[in-house]
Every structure is written in structure tokens, then in C-alpha cells.
Design a protein around this ligand. Structure first.
Ligand SMILES: Nc1ncnc2c1ncn2[C@@H]1O[C@H](COP(=O)(O)OP(=O)(O)OP(=O)(O)O)[C@@H](O)[C@H]1O
Ligand SMILES: [Mg+2]
Length: 389
């Protein structure tokens, strides 16, 4: 028997549940953006907190591109610090790999495969030619030049376009706060030259607005698609579909059980998968065929304890004593206005705590802990006495 729930890997294939609105939006935008009569490429930023399902959705988008009726190639990479250090050559190499992997099919006729295969990226040339004056913060002048050469010499008139996917694009910013600006510059210029290279990135909500004055054009270049917690109906799919996909001899039959899990997890992808993994594991051990609300309720204390061990204890440890005090203040009184209780020095810490993912800005401009389950955990922690920042 296979337990299909894994909170530590992005959901793929049959395990991926719904998000049908976002998928439809992407399909439509892709079609419009790649049509020769269309307005030009459509650039997307999938934004949301950690673990909400950004990578899973990005991979689904990659699949949509692969299955597109006309030949379009997805070029996907995850931005890690080492990728960020040589983004241009990493992207060009990935394009080459994708092209080399294309097999002749009805969509990809043999001649087309052969023509494209002739392109070789030139990585790390000497001085830049004056096709376009590079800005000092450009990812690498080669990126613009090489992608333009690819478009003009090989793709144009043969394929509708290439779609670039950069997962965790926020990792570009740790070295260079202007990196997204530069990337946008390159793609905007390429798109201005007629190249159909839509760009899809993922990252936390604040990613597009951290680079001070530079932020405004970046925000305009990308259409933001927020990745939100699952609705009850999406959560129902996320709970039931994976179990059916692997043919488990058990089911969550009870709608009240699903609602209970949805409420407790706040519909958050990681927490649902985490809870479900424990629930299925327990049901297997006890040979339970019908998982109902009582089963969930009875197991919940042990799930909460397990979550604390796996996740919340390290979140707590990542906070300084002064930050722990603030977390506790918010947890004890989530609705009260914060400013008076934590003072100026406390308020100054909230920015860093947001980047660490411990707190989130609420609509009213206050702060809340990143998840209700974390809030419950924080309430039970011992807070340092007279801690200094
Ligand atoms: N559409 C989905 N269907 C089923 N499960 C999902 C879906 N999206 C996310 N999940 C679950 O949530 C977990 C986290 O998803 P994912 O890794 O995609 O999030 P993320 O936003 O990319 O996280 P991070 O911020 O850590 O990069 C996955 O392991 C998976 O179990
Ligand atoms: Mg991710």
C-alpha cells in the first residue's frame, strides 16, 4: 500500500489537485501571448507564502506548455544560489538541453528538430558587441544576444515560442537586489524585438516590491497570479484524488472530516499534505476503511505534535529572543494593534521576520503569524525574560 501524501515534494501527475482556475487562466494567456496576431508574450509571477503550492502549479504549467497543440518548448529551472551566480549560462544550457531532447513527432517534424538542433549557445564570449548597450547589472550580456540569435536564426517562423520558467526567482535577489529588474530588461528587449519568450517566475509575495524605486516597472511587467490556500472544493480534491490515484483501500467519506482538515490547516498545501500523510499512515496501521471526523479529531493532537517537531521548532529557533517575544505578543492577542505593545524597536524587527517567513502583513497593516497552527504552537512556548534585540 502506498501513502500518496508527501508534504516535502511538489505535487505532480495524479497527485496534483485542481487549481483549475489558474490552469485555465494560464492556458488562455499562453494561447493569446503566442498567437502571431496576439499582443505579445504574457509574463506571469506566481506569488505566495512558502509551501502553499507554487512549485506544484509551476510544474503543471510546464506540462500545459508541453501539451500545447503547436510546438512550444518549456525551459524550466529552479533558481538556487549557484544558478543565480551564472544565470545566463544556466538558462542557455537548459535551452540547449530542451532542444536536444525533442524527438520527432507529428508536432515536431523531423526537419524542424534537425534545424533547431543546429543552434549552439555561445557562452562566455569576449567583449560585447554593440547590438544593445548592456546595463551594469545585466544578468550577462550573452543572454540577450544569444536568445535573440536563437529567435532570429532558428525559431522565428518555425515555432510559436519558448516559455521560460524560473522557480524561486526570489533567490536572484540575495546577491543583487536589482536582478529581477535586469532580467526584465533583457526579456522586455527580446520581446520588443519580436521574440516570443514568455517568462513565468515564482516567489514570495514581497519579491516584486523589495527593490525600492525599481519595483514599479517589475510589477507592471509581470501579471501577478496569487497562489492562495485551497478552497474547500480544492481541498476536497487534494485529499481525495491522491488516495484514489494510488488505489488505497480507504476513503475520507465524510464531508465533515474534510471540512475539519480544511479548517485546521487553513487550506494550506503543505499542512494538508502533512496532516493527510499522518492520517493515512494511521488508517493503514489500524485497517480503517472509512476516515470520518472522529478519526481526524482523535488523531489531531498527535499530528500537531508531529508538526511542531518537523517544522515549528525550527521556526522558533530561527527567531532571536526579541523576535520570539514579538511572536508571543502577536499569538496571545492576534487582533490587537501591535505598535503600542512592541514599541519602535520591536516594530523595526518585523520586516526581517517577514522575510524569514515567520509573520505576514495583514490587510489592515498589522501582522499575523504565518499560520494558525504556528500561532497555537507559539502560545505554548516559553518566552525569554528581558531579552535584547
Ligand atoms: N495542487 C496541489 N495538489 C495536491 N497537493 C498540493 C498541491 N499544491 C501543493 N500541494 C502540497 O503542498 C506541498 C507544498 O507544495 P509546493 O512545494 O508546490 O509549494 P511551494 O509554494 O513551492 O513551496 P516553497 O515555498 O517551499 O517553494 C506539496 O508537497 C504538496 O504535498
Ligand atoms: Mg517551491
Amino acid at each position: 500500500m502506498i501513502n500518496p501524501f508527501s508534504p516535502f515534494f511538489p505535487a505532480e501527475g495524479d497527485i496534483f489537485a485542481s487549481r483549475s482556475r489558474e490552469q485555465a487562466l494560464f492556458r488562455e494567456g499562453l494561447e493569446q501571448g503566442l498567437s502571431p496576431q496576439g499582443p505579445g508574450p504574457w509574463n506571469v509571477a506566481l506569488v505566495g507564502p512558502w509551501g502553499i503550492g507554487k512549485t506544484s502549479l509551476l510544474r503543471r504549467f510546464v506540462r500545459i506548455v508541453r501539451e500545447f497543440e503547436s510546438p512550444v518548448l518549456p525551459v524550466a529551472l529552479t533558481v538556487t544560489p549557484s544558478v543565480a551566480a551564472k544565470l545566463a549560462s544556466e538558462m542557455l544550457k537548459r535551452v540547449k538541453d530542451e532542444i536536444d531532447a525533442v524527438q520527432a513527432t507529428p508536432r515536431w517534424p523531423q526537419r524542424l528538430v534537425e534545424e533547431l538542433g543546429k543552434w549552439e549557445p555561445t557562452i562566455g564570449w569576449g567583449p560585447v558587441q554593440a547590438t544593445r548597450r548592456p546595463r551594469p547589472t545585466d544578468p550577462d550580456p550573452d543572454l540577450y544576444r544569444e536568445l535573440r540569435r536563437l529567435w532570429q536564426g532558428y525559431l522565428n517562423g518555425r515555432v510559436p515560442g519558448l516559455v521560460f520558467f524560473l522557480d524561486d526567482a526570489n533567490a536572484l535577489l540575495s546577491k543583487d537586489p536589482e536582478a529581477l529588474m535586469s532580467l526584465r530588461g533583457v526579456f522586455q528587449d527580446l520581446q520588443g524585438d519580436g521574440a516570443r519568450y514568455p517568462l513565468v517566475i515564482t516567489g514570495p509575495e514581497g519579491m516584486l516590491t523589495t527593490a525600492r524605486d525599481a519595483s514599479e516597472p517589475v510589477t507592471r511587467f509581470f501579471e501577478r497570479i496569487p497562489v492562495r490556500p485551497f478552497t474547500l472544493s480544492d481541498a476536497t480534491d487534494a485529499i481525495r484524488d491522491p488516495m484514489r490515484a494510488v488505489g488505497l483501500p480507504m476513503e475520507v467519506t465524510d464531508a465533515a472530516a474534510i471540512e475539519d482538515i480544511w479548517e485546521k490547516t487553513g487550506g494550506h498545501g503543505f499542512f494538508i499534505a502533512f496532516a493527510m500523510r499522518d492520517i493515512v499512515r494511521e488508517a493503514m496501521i489500524r485497517h480503517v476503511a472509512e476516515i470520518d471526523r472522529d478519526f481526524v479529531e482523535n488523531l489531531w493532537p498527535s499530528i500537531a505534535e508531529h508538526l511542531a517537531k518537523e517544522r515549528f521548532e525550527s521556526d522558533w529557533a530561527a527567531a532571536s529572543p526579541a523576535e520570539q517575544k514579538i511572536l508571543r505578543t502577536i499569538a496571545d492577542d492576534p487582533d490587537g494593534p501591535l505598535s503600542r505593545k512592541i514599541g519602535k524597536s520591536g516594530y523595526a524587527l518585523l520586516g526581517r521576520m517577514t522575510v524569514k517567513g515567520l509573520v505576514m502583513r495583514t490587510k489592515r497593516g498589522d501582522y499575523s503569524l504565518y499560520h494558525p497552527l504556528f500561532q497555537a504552537f507559539v502560545r505554548e512556548q516559553e518566552v525569554p525574560g528581558d531579552a535584547e534585540a
